[in-house]
Design a protein around this ligand. Structure first.
Ligand code: NAP
Length: 188
């Protein structure tokens, strides 16, 4: 498969990329990767899909949000997650579904704080919850057999690497659609 791997140089991206060696990986980042693109910019996303053809799968392991206690959170800080993690991933799907090959797949990223928040995680929680909701809703409307799923990891130190990789392989290689795959939640 030809996989557009957004965030390949990151903590999670590196683990996933290393495990998917048998595939053709096109690594994307703002400052790293074979193709450089900032997915928070809409023109950059459209250009990315025009530039890289014949994509079977898109995996996104990129996106920032703010961690701070609620009294310190303001609109600007909430907007970081919306503009850097939520909207870019929605836009990847909206734009990419025109270009992806038939029966291709999108695998987005959210995080455990969307369902099991701790103090200081409201900026992450609203974004992760919204990404999960987007996936279960939008998966019903994917065209041409394209599938849409999301991995929701706990913090990397609580994750078993094999479990994380198995989750990505399930999204790539099985027929699942509209699933939230929770990884490492057991260590609560
Ligand atoms: N690490 C954890 O414990 C954990 C747990 C649960 C959920 N998550 C979520 O998983 C995602 C990845 O986390 P991580 O710790 O692996 O992050 P990370 O180490 O900071 O890596 C982020 C990766 O994404 C790329 N990137 C960031 N913003 C981008 C943009 N606007 N356009 C294109 N590429 C971009 C970065 O490359 P460049 O610097 O070149 O742009 C880098 O390759 C995040 O959304 C995070 O919230 C992480």
């Amino acid at each position: 498969m030809k996989i557009l791997m957004i965030g390949a140089s990151g903590t999670i991206g590196k683990m996933v990329t290393a495990a998917l060696k048998e595939h053709e990986i096109v690594a994307v980042g703002r400052k790293t990767g074979a193709v450089m693109a900032d997915i928070s910019l809409e023109t950059a996303v459209e250009n990315l899909f025009k530039q890289v053809s014949d994509i079977d799968a898109v995996i996104c392991t990129a996106g920032d949000s703010v961690t701070a206690n609620l009294p310190e959170m303001n609109k600007e800080q909430f907007m970081v997650g919306i503009q850097q993690k939520l909207w870019p991933q929605i836009n990847l799907v909206l734009c990419g579904m025109k270009y992806l090959k038939d029966n291709g797949s999108f695998t987005l990223i959210s995080g455990k704080m969307g369902e099991f928040p701790v103090k200081g995680s409201s900026g992450k929680a609203i974004v992760n919850g919204a990404i999960n909701s987007f996936v279960i809703a939008a998966a019903q409307e994917m065209p041409r057999g394209i599938r849409l799923n999301v991995i929701s990891p706990a913090k990397v130190s609580d994750i078993n690497g094999d479990e994380l990789i198995a989750a990505y392989v399930r999204c790539l290689e099985t027929a699942i659609n509209g699933e939230i795959i929770r990884v490492g939640y057991h260590k609560q």
